[in-house]
Ligand binder design. Structure first.
Ligand code: 13P
Ligand code: SF4
Length: 349
């Protein structure tokens, strides 16, 4: 990440905070009222695996979804509700709005951003693309609408390897942004010509290879599950590398009793739910050179709570936390997003 991007991330982090502690009675009241307001507002919760377990449980109980970023996009587009409440980070809300311009899309807070998005400003990115006109531009979903508007393809980690393989077979050279770790992972897996932007996720970048090796030695029967936004030295140790949904699938299908997991710890809710008899251990973020800015929990995902979810639903006319995307940008960004969803659907089918 550039020094400038690092400073912006630091400033954002100083302003973030976890949701206030609520008593059990308060939480129960909030949950009831949210359920009621979702019905009254014809709204549905679309939540990511990294959000608070309470938010994930509520999304499940109310007919919403808890998913990875690809499935969140598809679910939001295809669900008949007129209002989407996106529990995640800003790019997820923007993607939902671009794919469903006729729906109202809200987030508990518009402050919930992502270090990959911050680290890829549209003007600098446009200049980078202009320097490499011969390359097919593939951007990760964790980007602004303006950056997507400049892309040929949008991609998430669940289909990144397959897409780059497909483009490579067509003889295309790739310009990849913004995550350098995921970019180098797909380059290694496919052998494609991939030129990477210098961005990183502040959560996954903290996982440490030596600490992971030590932990693996302490749990000899454990399988190591790693999200590909992690550094190559950590990816190398993994038994399975994959998107959030692929890691959850591995945790449920593999025969091991214990799993060491290198991704945001919000994912443990779903893993434990689907594999209640297995043990899940957090991969280490400490050790030499560690800063532990996030300690394996995305500070922006943590901004989604019961209180601000209810506040959005109570405010009938309010537009404070509503997502709007410039219609021209949205129209341009829709094309690479549609390609992503079509490609994902073809892989599934
Ligand atoms: P997934 O696409 O795997 O859900 O990842 C999104 C994300 O932000 C990971 O940090
Ligand atoms: Fe962005 Fe990393 Fe948070 Fe995912 S975990 S939203 S990539 S900062």
């Amino acid at each position: 990440m550039t020094v400038q991007a690092q400073e912006i991330v630091r400033a954002h982090l100083a302003g973030t905070g976890e949701q206030p502690e609520l008593t059990e009675d308060q939480r129960s009241l909030y949950r009831q009222r949210i359920k009621q307001r979702l019905q009254e507002r014809d709204a549905v919760l679309v939540a990511h695996y990294y959000t608070d377990p309470e938010i994930q449980a509520l999304a499940e109980e109310t007919g919403g979804c808890v998913a990875d970023s690809l499935e969140m996009a598809r679910f939001g587009r295809d669900h008949p509700a007129s209002t989407l409440i996106v529990e995640g980070v800003r790019f997820m809300g923007e993607t939902a709005k671009i794919l469903s311009p006729e729906k109202r899309v809200f987030m508990p807070t518009l402050e919930a951003t992502c270090s990959l998005d911050i680290g890829c400003p549209e003007d600098d990115f446009a200049a980078f693309c202009d320097q490499h006109p011969d390359r097919t531009v593939v951007v990760y979903a964790n980007t602004s609408a303006a950056v997507k508007a400049r892309a040929d393809w949008v991609v998430t980690s669940s289909i990144a390897v397959e897409l780059i393989e497909h483009l490579d077979q067509r003889g295309e050279k790739i310009l990849w942004a913004p995550d350098k770790h995921l970019g180098s992972y797909v380059r290694d897996k496919t052998g494609a010509d991939v030129l990477c932007w210098d961005g990183a996720c502040i959560v996954h970048e903290e996982f440490k290879a030596q600490g992971l090796l030590d932990l693996k030695a302490a749990h000899p029967g454990a399988a190591v599950l790693v999200h590909p936004e992690s550094p190559a030295s950590v990816v190398e140790i993994a038994d399975v590398v994959g998107s959030t949904s692929q890691l959850i699938k591995a945790a449920t299908e593999m025969g091991n009793d214990t799993f060491i997991v290198a991704t945001d710890k919000g994912i443990f809710y779903k893993m434990q739910q689907l594999a209640p008899n297995k043990t899940f251990v957090e991969a280490p973020t400490g050790g030499s050179g560690a800063q532990c800015r996030s300690c394996a929990h995305c500070p922006w995902m943590a901004m989604n709570g019961l209180e601000n979810t209810l506040a959005v639903l109570e405010d009938d006319n309010g537009r404070g936390q509503e997502i709007f995307v410039d219609p021209t940008l949205a129209e341009q960004a829709m094309k690479p997003l549609d390609r992503m969803l079509d490609f994902g659907a073809r892989l599934k089918g």
